[in-house]
Ligand binder design. Structure first.
Ligand code: DGL
Length: 271
């Protein structure tokens, strides 16, 4: 017999293991939910890929997550949310609810910062797609969004450079850009950035709110599940973490993104 819909897992996907920051926030807030995670490490980073390439990857990953019987598919990657959300939503149709990491943040700033100037940092794909700007403008709340692509940050964090002098200097250079001045809050629009949140906060000396998207997204998933009677009341089975290309270094890095080391299973989706 098919499991009751609320006991089906939440599918989460990202370009790699950075999306584990979002998965971690979700498991903290929703300990009864089972997670099926897919990190497309074979195609990392998405931040420099074309929209068409990311869309093609996303559709194939969704096929897998649908096969895994996921009740919800969360695009945990900002770059993929920017490039592929509309297409994936249409593709998945009624088979699962598709959520992304951009809409919850846009709605949060709409409530919290009407009339203010807000900064956004993320990959080239996320910033150049202008998806945040379009969605913020649609709110019609007179919010001025200043965005800046910060492509070095994700690679830097992945290489373990955070809370050190190298990362201090890269962060300082990016955030000093004239384009990002006089902001009330800064959106961390990339899966990796929660790891440098404290450094960014200290750069701003408490004068700018630094918005950790993973927490806002986890709260959004919780609200969605509860409002739709889809929240599980007990954890059934184990979480699964797939990657499209396995290396020991990816598995080691799960520790920094998920706060504990997790076992990665190689799923050769592209072979
Ligand atoms: N996961 C990506 C994002 O949130 C960052 C890493 C990448 O470029 O693939 O935009």
């Amino acid at each position: 017999m098919a499991p009751e819909i609320k006991y089906r897992p939440i599918g989460i996907f990202d370009s790699g293991i950075g999306g584990l920051t979002v998965a971690q926030a979700i498991t903290n807030l929703l300990p009864n939910e089972r997670i099926v995670y897919f990190g497309d490490t074979a195609h990392l980073p998405y931040g420099d890929k074309s929209t068409a390439a990311i869309q093609a990857y996303a559709v194939k990953i969704c096929d897998l997550l649908i096969k895994q019987n996921c009740k919800v598919i969360l695009i945990a990657c900002n770059s993929a949310s920017a490039a592929a959300y509309e297409l994936v939503k249409e593709y998945v149709g009624s088979k699962a609810k598709v959520l992304n990491v951009i809409d919850p943040i846009v709605s949060y700033i709409g409530h919290t910062y009407p009339g203010k100037t807000i900064g956004l940092i993320g990959t080239k794909q996320t910033v150049n797609s202008n998806v945040y700007r379009k969605k913020v403008d649609e709110l019609d709340k007179s919010i001025d969004l200043k965005s800046q692509a910060t492509p070095l940050l994700a690679a830097m964090i992945e290489e373990g450079f955070f809370n050190d002098s190298i990362s201090e200097s890269v962060i300082h250079t990016y955030l000093s850009d004239p384009n990002l001045q006089h902001i009330e809050a800064l959106i961390l629009g990339c899966t990796h950035y929660p790891l440098i949140k404290k450094q960014i906060e200290s750069f701003y000396k408490g004068e700018v709110d630094v918005l950790d998207a993973s927490l806002i997204v986890a709260q959004h998933v919780k609200d969605y599940l509860e409002a739709n009677n889809l929240a599980s009341d007990k954890l059934i089975g184990d979480h699964t973490f797939y990657v499209s290309d396995f290396t020991r270094s990816f598995e080691e890095s799960t520790r920094i993104f998920f706060k504990r080391r997790v076992h990665l299973e190689h799923y050769p989706l592209w072979e």
